[in-house]
Ligand binder design. Sequence first.
Ligand SMILES: Nc1ncnc2c1ncn2[C@@H]1O[C@H](COP(=O)(O)OP(=O)(O)OP(=O)(O)O)[C@@H](O)[C@H]1O
Length: 244
Amino acid sequence: MLHIEGLSISIENRKLVSDFSCALSENEVTCLIGPSGCGKTSVLKWLAGILSPTLGATGALTLDDTGITPPHASTTYQPQSDALFPWLTIAQNAALGLEVAGIPTKTARADVLMHFKTFGLAGCENLYPEQISGGMRQRAAFLRTLVQNSRFILLDEPFSALDAVTRLRMQAWLCDQLAHTPRGVLMVTHDLHEATQIADRILVMPAAGGPLAANISVTTPRHARTETAMAQIRTTLKSLLLES
Ligand SMILES: Nc1ncnc2c1ncn2[C@@H]1O[C@H](COP(=O)(O)OP(=O)(O)OP(=O)(O)O)[C@@H](O)[C@H]1O
């Protein structure tokens, strides 16, 4: 279990995030939603240890009751864009996280190549990012993130650049991947439909600092999340977002 306690982030004299606390469970997808600019990405960046030093941040992070300081090997951050390097092949891009973690290039490449078929990337090993579709690039970015085997992954709007159909396919694909290799996921999204389809828990951030506006457990099994079944929770979330 990863606990964030009393996280506050300020920009000069303005509080962006204040008193943000939550617990992330392994095997649970937690979606973080909130109005634009409320600090969702900044929370993820703090957890990843890459928040700009020009922003002041205070707060405690504990992993299984032991205090830790970000960046920590238990978390991997996937930024908003797919962030693949255009001059590297898909295999080289996918292996990059392992190589940065100190795994020799040959071993890292062999590790990622094993997963190309499962990730729907067979045949793309030696292609460059511009030669494959947006959905494939996103899967390559997920491969780079997931092979790092960290207990928690931090996803910043991973599907925002995709068209509607690819987005739905990728959401289903991610749920399948997580069913096979469960991780704790904290995912920022603007899309209420996406949050209610994917999440086990939804955290709603307020517009102007302060504790979470809501922490909602989504108990409907994923296969039973029809429009009708999820209508009530979507209405609640819409009201919370409009209020904030
Ligand atoms: N390094 C920085 N220096 C100054 N201001 C920053 C910095 N990083 C973020 N901000 C400001 O902090 C605010 C919150 O940014 P953040 O990206 O965390 O919000 P968000 O909720 O993820 O936004 P969105 O939903 O629009 O992606 C924004 O107004 C942004 O301009």
